[in-house]
Design a protein around this ligand. Structure first.
Ligand code: NIG
Ligand code: FE
Length: 420
């Protein structure tokens, strides 16, 4: 149960949610407040508490009252790992995999990420924006209010910048908050097939300085894997990113143990993501440097992976576990956060509470946004979703039935069927 302390009622409020229950996600738990009310002033949550503690004139003075009909309010979901700007389709590879080919085999034959790179290079900025908009729209309808999107399907300066510009456009045109991550070191482009170090030089000497100069991404990610980049190459990218003052993230130990998480930890990365093949020593380094573990059950499921990430080790070492869609065309074409929550529980043995923390406050931690996003606490951004459910656990349990009554982002209502 909650240890929530109510603060004084604010002088001015713009919106008041009543007749609701809250799963606040404060204090690393669901932190439930039943029969609650929640006040919003401007863009911010200004009061959280029991509805019975509201005075009558406080209610009458409020310009907008949202009666939630006993619904549950949770913080908007934070989807902290996606690659949702891409051109083309990989449904043919899905069919190939169902006929027995593996993800790595397809990649080695020039399919996989390379095929998406070709289509993304050939697509115009406007085409990419329209394609990505459909995906963002689907996520918004799933209660996501903060979204990270990576580049990485360009692998040349022009296309990487084109993708990052589309990400910026999405941020400007959709109500949700978008964080951009530069993933130039996602795969080796065909032009550099025999010269991987030459490509890393391009990433560090040309792409990263340009990305920084344009202020078009806040973080830098690398795919450290035998089908992508080695540990020394990853280190070079991180050194440059660090010098430029960009945050660091890593696709680590997804298909094998490359010791990437330990390296990323020494650079104080925000997160290491995937982690199915993480070793105990890698996990210890993550704990030591306060690095979040981003679990991506959609990719595990879609690739029919059998090695699970070491969830018990994360628990024992108190490493925050985030949960994300990893929305991308090759390993996780999943546009549903509630399905991902269910997968996190069934495939990775998370409790509903852990999965929900993963999609809210721990997702925010993986983006370095935990002071403003991911939980319902006074002073945080009013990013709120009112769900028509009986318990918060329903979001992990009732696959396909949960529905949204209201979405508020930074104090503005973007969707509601509750208000008159
Ligand atoms: O997170 N691991 C590398 N990147 C993506 C997959 C990209 C793709 O196959 O297009 C991932 O799984
Ligand atoms: Fe990914």
């Amino acid at each position: 149960m909650t240890r929530h302390m109510e603060t004084l009622l604010p002088d001015k409020i713009d919106a008041l949610f009543i007749n609701c229950h809250l799963a606040t996600m404060a204090d690393n738990a669901l932190a439930i407040i039943e029969k609650a009310a929640l006040a919003v002033t401007g863009k911010t949550i200004s009061w959280v508490g029991k509805e019975k503690n509201l005075t009558e004139n406080f209610k009458t003075g409020c310009p907008k009252i949202i009666d939630c009909n006993k619904g549950w309010i949770l913080p908007g979901f934070v989807d902290c790992h996606t690659h949702l700007v891409w051109g083309g389709s990989r449904s043919n590879e899905f069919e190939m995999r169902l006929n027995g080919a593996t993800y790595e085999e397809i990649s080695k034959k020039g399919g996989g990420i390379f095929s998406t790179v070709q289509s993304t290079r050939n697509a115009s900025k406007n085409e990419l924006f329209i394609l990505a908009s459909k995906r963002v729209d689907a996520l918004l309808k799933q209660g996501i209010t903060t979204l990270e999107i990576k580049s990485g399907y360009g692998l040349d300066l022009k296309t990487e910048l084109k993708i990052l510009e589309v990400i910026r456009q999405l941020d400007e045109n959709f109500p949700l908050h978008v964080e951009a991550t530069f993933l130039g070191a996602h795969a080796l482009p065909p032009e550099y097939q025999n010269n991987p170090d030459g490509y890393i030089d391009l990433v560090t000497q040309t792409m990263l300085p340009e990305v920084k100069a344009q202020g078009i991404a806040t973080s830098v990610d690398v795919f450290c894997e035998h089908i992508a980049f080695t540990l020394p190459q990853t280190k070079k990218v991180f050194e440059t990113a660090k010098n430029l003052g960009l945050n660091i993230k890593l696709h680590a130990e997804q298909l094998s143990d490359s010791n990437g998480a330990a390296l990323a930890s020494t650079f104080n990365a925000l997160s290491c993501d995937h982690l199915e093949y993480l070793s105990l020593s890698g996990a210890k380094k993550m704990a030591q440097h306060n690095v979040a573990a981003v679990l991506l059950p959609g990719a595990f499921y879609f690739l029919k992976e059998t090695q699970k990430p070491p969830v018990d080790i994360f628990r024992n070492l108190k490493i925050p576990m985030a949960v994300s869609t990893d929305l991308n065309p090759g390993s996780s074409p999943v546009h549903s956060m509630t399905l991902i929550l269910n997968m996190a529980c069934i495939l990775f043995d998370l409790t509903c509470e852990e999965a929900l923390l993963g999609a809210t406050i721990n997702g925010a931690k993986a983006l370095g946004l935990e002071l403003s996003k991911g939980s319902i606490e006074t002073g945080k951004d009013a990013d709120l979703v009112v769900w028509d459910i009986d318990t918060p656990e329903d979001l992990c349990y009732l696959v396909g039935l949960t529905s949204i009554n209201t979405v508020m982002i930074k104090g503005r209502i973007h969707h509601t069927n509750l208000c008159k």
